[in-house]
Each structure stands twice: as C-alpha cells, then as structure tokens.
Design a protein around this ligand. Structure first.
Ligand code: URA
Length: 422
C-alpha cells in the first residue's frame, strides 16, 4: 500500500475497503506507517467522516490488533455499560455490582479521566489496595468469584487504540464520531459481550455538546455494535450539570456506597436504573423495564448490591471499609437570591483537576482526597448567602476561577430539562 495514495483518497472524500483499512491499521501498529501519516489520515477522517462500513471495518481492525477476553465456564449472559464521559459520573461503580447480583456477568474494562471528565479507574484507586491492572486470568477469576470486575484493558488488548488515541489527543481529532466509535467499540467488543448499553452524555460537561451530535454518536455506536451480534442500545443523558452531588475520587466512592445503601441522589439512581434495565431486558433476565427496575431496586434495598461491591473490591485487592480521607473543606455561598438556571459542569470538572484531582500531563499523580460537593441543582430556589457547594482542597489553587460563577442564578425558574433525553 502506498500511504500517500491511501491518505489522499480519504482527503478527497473517497471510501476505503475493509481490506485496505485492516492493512493500514496493521502497518501502523507494526510501525511501518508513521505517526505523521496516521495523523494526516485521522485529520482526513475528522473532516470527511467515514461510511458505516468503513467505521465497522476500522473497529474490526482495531480489535484484531490485540487479544480478547475469553469466556470462562460461566453460562451467565455477559454485559457491559459504557459512558462517553461526564462530570460526577459514578454509575459504573453502582451498576456493575447491581447487575452481577441480578445474574449477569459484567467484565467492565474502564478508562481514566479525559478532559474535564473523570475516570472510573482513577476513582476506584482511592480505595486502599484496589488494583486496576488485572491480567486476563485475574479478570476471569474475579468474574467467576463475584460476577463483576472493573479494571483497565490488559496491555495486550487493542494496542491500535492505545497508539491512535494518544495521537488523536495531540492532533485535535478526538471528537470525530467514526474515530470515537471505533475506539470505544473495539475495547467493548474485545470483552466478548451478549449485550451492551451506552450512556451517551449530552451537554456542557461532555464531548457531545448538542443533542444532535449526541444522537449521531449514539446511532453510530449502536449500528456498529449490532454488526457484532451484540444486543446494543443507547440512552442520551443530561450532562449540563454534574451527576449526583460529588465530583472527585474518594468522595465519589463515598457517594456510590451511600447510593447502594439507599441514600443516593435521585438523578444518580435514575440513570443507574434506566441503564441497568436496558441490559436486564436485552438479556431476558427481566420481562420489561418495570420488572428490571424493581429487581435493581430490591438489590439496593436488601444490601446485596453493596455487599457485592465490597466483594469485588476485596477480590481486586482493596478494602472498601478502609477510611478514604478527604481534604480540608470550605463552602461557596450564593451572592444573590433567585433560581438556579445553569450549573457549569465543565468548569467544575476542570476545577476538580486544578485542585489536584486530575492530570494536566500524562503520568501526573492524582490527589484522591480533593473534589467538590454541589449542594444545589438546576431549578432549585436559593437565598443569598446559602451554600452552593463545598470544596475539598486548597482554594488558592483555583485563583483564577470564581466558583460562585459556575452556578448561574436568575430571577425566574428555568424550564424543566429531562435527565434522560429522547
Ligand atoms: N473514549 C474512548 O475510549 N475513546 C474515544 O475516542 C473517546 C472516548
């Protein structure tokens, strides 16, 4: 293959065959295609898009670049949920154990924080001893002992994505829908699933800022997922304000545990039940959405979900009951009375990073004790001087950001905005 001819075809709006794409990705992983050529091609894809067939071929080529998880002896349906990333999104930490106690196997391979959005692995690492670097045999062991596991992709899985993602990150090509689709699905399809649900976040605190873009990504993910025979569906959920109250790491684990003890914020529980219901119905474990929600709620009420989370943590070397210290706390108060009409999720996600809770460069260490607790929601009425949020960490690190400005207050109540968008 002549790389210049291959790139020029996409630059000029043409399409590639599955064979050409497979050869291209194989050559890139083997080092015969350089980063500069891959970057030029990624930009051509960013500008001109890909056909659904090309996107499916790219996904297949990326899966084939590495190993896949093998099914063990379990005959339980195998499922996963993937979120496109949000602020305060801790659904995975509740949902994996709830699904496991409903009779499903959940081999959840998760990621780290990206941009303003937090990462499940980073959050779980605030639990003392918890390991997120399990190998395939360990994943299998935890899955057969507990029914769920949350860890990173193993080193030999999807190397093409690891390489291409790092390149996209520094070439302004992350937000291309076909490239996101292939990146996410290659990792999920390598888990060998029966059913998969996507939580496509929509709004200021997510990659997809408008419902139109979020819908286009959801359609692409579902269409390619189904070509693998996996029952794939997607919900669009609101990310114009953080999910739940906590943004951070240790505090998000505390909130997740509280939610499994029946003390969860309503929006977090609602998104968890809605996504879980999709999987329970898709696998035939529940007859319909109402039955599925009932099952998940029972597991919260009985404490089974909480107990399963503790068992998963223990099986991955951690201790859920060990204290998770939080940094010194201070409050931010409303400067005026009125109605909360907007909460800037992205600014709050970035503030949590500035407090030390995220990486500004690859390899930065994360401080798990810092973060924010948002005390109000869009549509709440507030008094002047009323606390809007609590900050865990050193406020001086946010010198340039007036946190009170991240909560917009107006004289009139905002129109309602649904949590789950149609
Ligand atoms: N998450 C991924 O894994 N890949 C993307 O391209 C975007 C979000």
């Amino acid at each position: 293959m002549n790389p210049v001819v291959f790139i020029a075809a996409k630059r000029d709006g043409g399409a590639h065959t599955a064979g050409e794409i497979a050869a291209w990705i194989e050559a890139y992983v083997a080092g015969r295609i350089g980063d500069e050529q891959m970057a030029a091609w990624a930009m051509a894809v960013y500008l001109n898009g890909m056909t659904p067939e090309e996107t499916a071929a790219l996904t297949a080529a990326m899966i084939d670049s590495g190993s896949r998880l093998q099914r063990g002896v379990s005959t339980r349906p195998r499922v996963d949920k993937h979120s496109t990333g949000g602020v305060g999104d801790k659904v995975s930490i509740l949902l994996a154990p709830l699904l496991a106690c409903s009779g499903l196997d959940v081999p959840m391979l998760s990621g780290r924080g990206l941009g303003a959005t937090g990462g499940t692995l980073d959050k779980l690492e605030s639990i003392r001893g918890f390991r997120t670097d399990l190998d395939a045999a360990e994943i299998d062991r935890v899955l057969s002992e507990v029914g769920c596991v949350i860890t990173g992709t193993t080193l030999d899985m999807v190397p093409a994505d690891r390489k291409l993602y790092a390149l996209r990150d520094v070439t302004g090509t992350v937000s291309s829908i076909p490239l996101i689709t292939a990146s996410i699905l290659s990792k999920k399809m390598a888990e060998d699933l029966d059913a998969l649900v996507f939580d496509v976040k929509c709004g200021g605190g997510s990659f997809m800022q408008t419902p139109e873009r979020a819908r286009a990504l959801a359609d692409s993910l579902v269409a390619v997922g189904r070509t693998y025979g996996v029952a794939t569906s997607a919900l669009l959920t609101d990310m114009d304000q953080p999910l739940g109250r906590m943004i951070g790491h240790a505090n998000e684990i505390d909130e997740s545990v509280a939610a499994l003890e029946g003390r969860g914020p309503q929006d977090l529980i609602e998104v968890t039940l809605a996504l879980g219901a999709e999987l329970l119905v898709a696998t035939g474990v529940a007859a319909d959405e109402a039955a599925a929600r009932g099952l998940l709620q029972d597991e919260i009420d009985s404490g089974a979900g909480r107990e399963t989370l503790a068992r998963m943590v223990a099986a991955q070397g951690g201790d859920l009951e060990a204290p998770r210290p939080l940094a010194a706390v201070s409050e931010v108060a409303a400067a005026e009375a009125g109605w909360v009409v907007a909460i800037d999720a992205k600014a709050l996600g970035l503030a949590a990073i500035d407090l030390g809770g995220g990486r500004k460069r690859q390899g930065d260490r994360i401080d798990h004790s810092v973060g924010l607790e948002i005390l109000v929601r869009r549509g709440d009425q507030v008094e002047s001087g009323q606390p809007l949020m609590r900050v865990f960490g050193e406020r001086e690190l946010l010198a340039e950001l007036d946190l009170a400005q991240t909560v917009q207050i107006a004289a009139d109540a905002p129109p309602p905005r649904p949590l789950i968008l149609i």
